[in-house]
Design a binder for this molecule. Structure first.
Ligand code: PA5
Length: 429
């Protein structure tokens, strides 16, 4: 299989290649640190080894659970937020065909009464199951959604049957969800202690929803495994694209490029960018440091945010996700009247036009002083998605260490929660 590639050529007009020199060594050191059982962040780095430790028996166990669930439920409502949601949503959106009704639906991702009540209306005439995912087991949004949806399922099919349609993914011993699962008898899967939410997509957190959606989780893990090998401790800086991406971001930040925009030219990648924003935003935005991760869907956003990117303040850089495969399915035909003036495209396929839009945008943004990084995917499939996930996770760990923040905590998230609990008059424990 072809690997994803990183192209940094278009940042060297803005930063000097020499700026990289010191940071290269540091990046490799931090790459090793992620793999070091005695390292500073041991206890948070289980995801580094996950593609090797997830064996075929475990994959079979997940696939068999899905098979059983599917005998009863056509739809799966996945209840979770943040790292217990975005990875699965990203993988499923990336791999699904456009315009096919999804069989995996997400809840617990907001506190909107309208969203949840309309979801219940939607599910009313459907056979569904629930996969509730929360590492802490105490997060408010999914806890409320699960209580409401579980009660709804019980009211529809009775408690005995509902229990057979519920799978819980949570900590091995802590939190309300563990207790509830034991008491009610839900099937459970464990989120390993040493894997935090936003790094958990290749655990049952992501694997269960992705398998229910019908995708090959073994290939997803194979892709991740191949990237783990491509970025292992033995590799030089020139071979390790995660280290290269981390160094490029760090060097750009030193030159006051404070915002990174992840751009795609394929709408299937929209939620990959949402997952990436959480991964980097929650890992790096601490102690007054970190690059702000933003995203755009091109070419749609060239007609909106494109103006700001071209001519707004110059503190942005862009990372483009480029998919190389063309489908050659829509060829533009000659029109006798040519009223739309499109005959100059006669015989060209639409991906060719998309490609030229990308090249033209790249040129324009570089001349508008926006450095560009390109990540090339040979095509969109489970393998390349697994590679991309691992590539970003590794780069994120290194990147956060380069700016000297703890990559795996998120103390800032507590601020809104404690205010909300005070306003809701939640009793202290
Ligand atoms: O990355 C993280 O750790 C967070 O985004 C969590 O995933 C999110 O807050 C949900 O937490 P939990 O799975 O405990 O409900």
């Amino acid at each position: 299989m072809e690997n994803i590639k990183l192209n940094l050529e278009n940042i060297f007009g803005f930063i000097n290649r020499n700026d990289f020199e010191f940071t290269k060594g540091k990046a490799l050191e931090f790459n090793k640190e992620l793999n070091n059982p005695q390292g500073k962040y041991t206890g948070f780095t289980g995801w580094v080894h996950l593609p090797f430790t997830t064996n075929d028996d475990f994959i079979d166990k997940i696939n068999n659970t899905i098979k059983e669930l599917k005998k009863k439920a056509k739809y799966l409502v996945v209840v979770g937020i943040g790292g217990s949601y975005l990875g699965a949503k990203a993988v499923i959106s990336t791999l699904s065909k456009n315009f096919v009704e999804p069989n995996v639906i997400f809840a617990g991702i907001n506190l909107s009464e309208e969203y949840l009540s309309e979801l219940i209306d939607y599910l009313n005439d459907k056979e569904f199951g629930i996969c509730v995912i929360s590492k802490s087991g105490t997060t408010t949004e999914p806890a409320i959604a699960f209580r409401v949806l579980k009660d709804f399922l019980i009211s529809k099919v009775g408690e005995k049957e509902a229990v057979k349609r519920i799978v819980a993914v949570t900590d091995k011993e802590k939190g309300a969800l563990v207790k509830m699962s034991e008491k009610m008898g839900f099937k459970t899967f464990v989120i390993p202690d040493d894997i935090g939410g936003r790094f958990s997509v290749l655990t049952p957190v992501g694997l269960i929803p992705v398998a229910f959606a019908g995708f090959d989780i073994k290939q997803l893990l194979e892709g991740a495994k191949s990237m783990a090998i491509l970025t292992d401790d033995e590799k030089t800086y020139e071979e390790n694209i995660s280290a290269q991406y981390a160094v490029a971001r760090y060097s750009l930040l030193q030159k006051r490029y404070f915002i990174e925009i992840l751009a795609n030219y394929n709408p299937k990648l929209h939620y990959t960018a949402e997952w990436w924003k959480q991964l980097f935003g929650e890992s790096e935005g601490k102690e007054g440091k970190g690059i702000f991760p933003a995203s755009v869907d091109f070419t749609a956003d060239l007609h909106s945010l494109g103006q700001y990117i071209q001519q707004g303040p110059r503190f942005l850089f862009e990372t483009v996700l480029k998919v190389n495969k063309s489908f050659d399915k829509i060829n533009i035909q000659e029109d006798a009247e040519n009223l739309d003036d499109l005959n100059y495209l006669n015989g060209k396929n639409l991906e060719y036009v998309n490609q030229k839009a990308m090249e033209g945008t790249l040129e324009a943004h570089i001349s508008g002083e926006v450095p560009n990084i390109i990540i090339e995917l040979p095509e969109i499939n489970e393998f390349s998605t697994g590679q991309l996930i691992y590539f970003f996770e590794k780069a994120c760990g290194i990147s956060a260490m380069l700016i000297d923040v703890h990559p795996f905590n998120q103390p800032g998230v507590e601020a809104y929660k404690s205010n909300m609990f005070r306003l809701l008059e939640k009793p202290a424990k």
